[in-house]
Design a protein around this ligand. Structure first.
Ligand SMILES: Cc1cc2nc3c(=O)[nH]c(=O)nc-3n(C[C@H](O)[C@H](O)[C@H](O)COP(=O)(O)OP(=O)(O)OC[C@H]3O[C@@H](n4cnc5c(N)ncnc54)[C@H](O)[C@@H]3O)c2cc1C
Length: 410
């Protein structure tokens, strides 16, 4: 075991929740260490969406202009394709103050935020540092056990925040009760080459028994092919041609390119889960983002919620940490759950309804997918298409950054 290190706040997990919280606390003058188990942020399966609510946060902290210099695509409307016909269902145009979702590969977004964080002397991001468990003393969490390239070590802290995602190690270590809501699907994740003549938009395609979402990443389509939960092993026992043929039937414009999926090695399986902790905190420990509430990919809102949780957590923790040295009490941790639980419940509730009424039925082939005539008629009106856009883009309860800003070291 190498020598231990002490910090005011130790954050486990360098995803959107962890890096944003680390940034906001360091900017406020709180010494923070963010632990990320991987060597870099380059993971293909992260979502790409930076929503209007996150753009608002970037504007509040003065990073919007720099963020806009990152390569990105602005998506102003989203549709689903049924029986070869594209139906626009979500329309951000006309919404204030941002009328688009920015599609930025998440590794670029996290690199950008981490780079901005490093400008503050109190920001310490440690890559290849994996949180292994909690150190508990006198009935409270007093630190995190960590595996680093130099060996195992301990980080003592006044408050630990678990942002380690939907397979959270610290959630297990804390023994908190989880409500598992289940999901009928998992996602096969692969790339297909993109050509200039292809559709511009990111969109979903529904066919009998199958569905897929195609994300435009300029020179390739990042494709998310939805399969029934637990079917992965059986699918992989089948020839890869079956997957290629199904993809070609769903999206005929890529038929000539499906051979880019050379074998099952080119296909990753992403497990979908939807769950939520009953309590997001214990003395000395707070959980936010997917560690507190694993989000379904429906609507692509998980990053949005993770960032909003981080803002709420920074607003609650920074005053308590700046007010006095030493461990903080549980009241600010409780306030984070009080603030963020309702928006999370509402969005998860909607995701569960869509899972039940649309995805489960499509995957079981119970229903040939179709949009009811009345809804199709209503969707002709932009005001109707604004409703899901507002919910997805801005969420239910918008957080505002209230933490102070210290001078940067560069
Ligand atoms: C198939 C799929 C597609 C999705 N697509 C989208 C989308 O397009 N848009 C969207 O908004 N949401 C999407 N989501 C949901 C979204 O990915 C999550 O809700 C969001 O990433 C949560 O952010 P987070 O920071 O809480 O956790 P994560 O993004 O999961 O980040 C957790 C971080 O912690 C690190 N970590 C894990 N364990 C440890 C440990 N023990 N020690 C140190 N570090 C650790 C991980 O490496 C990771 O970097 C999708 C989800 C799935 C399953």
């Amino acid at each position: 075991m190498t020598a231990s290190h002490a910090v005011r706040c130790c954050i486990a997990g360098g995803g959107p929740a962890g890096v944003m919280l680390g940034y906001l606390l360091a900017r406020a003058g709180v010494a923070v260490t963010v632990l990320e188990k991987h060597a870099d942020f380059l993971r293909d399966f992260r979502g790409d969406t930076v929503h209007p609510s996150t753009l608002e946060v970037l504007e509040q902290i003065g990073l919007l202009a720099k963020f806009e210099r990152l390569p990105q695509r602005r998506v102003r409307h989203l549709g689903v394709q049924l029986e070869g016909r594209l139906q626009e269902v979500i329309d951000f145009r006309g919404l204030e103050p941002f009328d688009y979702v920015s599609f930025v590969p998440q590794w670029d977004f996290l690199d950008f935020l981490a780079g901005e964080g490093r400008r503050y002397p109190d920001f310490d991001l440690r890559m290849r540092h994996e949180a292994l468990g909690l150190i508990e003393e006198a009935g409270r969490v007093a630190g995190v056990r960590v595996r680093s390239p130099a060996g195992e070590t301990e980080i003592r802290t006044d408050v630990a925040v678990a942002c380690d995602g939907r397979h959270s190690m610290l959630r297990k270590a804390a023994g908190l009760r989880v409500r598992d809501f289940g999901a009928p699907m998992d996602v096969l994740w692969f790339r297909l080459p993109r050509e200039a003549s292809d559709p511009e938009d990111t969109f979903g395609i529904l066919g009998a028994g199958h569905m897929m979402v195609m994300l435009n990443r300029t020179d390739y389509w990042q494709s998310a092919y939805v399969v029934p939960k637990g079917s992965d092993e059986a699918l992989r026992a089948r020839p890869i041609e079956e997957l290629r043929e199904s993809v070609a039937r769903l999206a005929p414009f890529v038929r000539a390119r499906v051979r880019a999926i050379a074998s099952w090695d080119d296909v990753k399986t992403l497990e979908v889960r939807v769950d939520r902790l009953e309590r997001w905190h214990r003395p000395g420990l707070l959980l936010i983002g997917d560690a507190a509430h694993a989000m379904s990919p429906i609507g692509g809102v998980g990053i949005n919620l993770a960032i909003q949780d981080a803002v709420a957590a920074a607003n609650a923790l920074a005053p308590a940490l700046l007010a006095k040295a030493g461990p903080i009490d549980e009241a600010p941790l409780r306030r984070v759950q009080l603030r963020r639980e309702l928006p999370t419940r509402l969005i998860q509730g909607l995701q569960l309804q869509i899972q039940k009424r649309v995805i489960r039925r499509v995957l079981r082939r119970e229903a040939a997918p179709r949009i009811p005539t009345l809804l199709r008629w209503l969707l002709r009106f932009r005001a109707v298409r604004h409703l899901p856009a507002r919910l997805i883009g801005y969420g239910v309860r918008r957080e505002r950054v209230r933490t102070p800003s210290q001078a940067t070291s560069t």
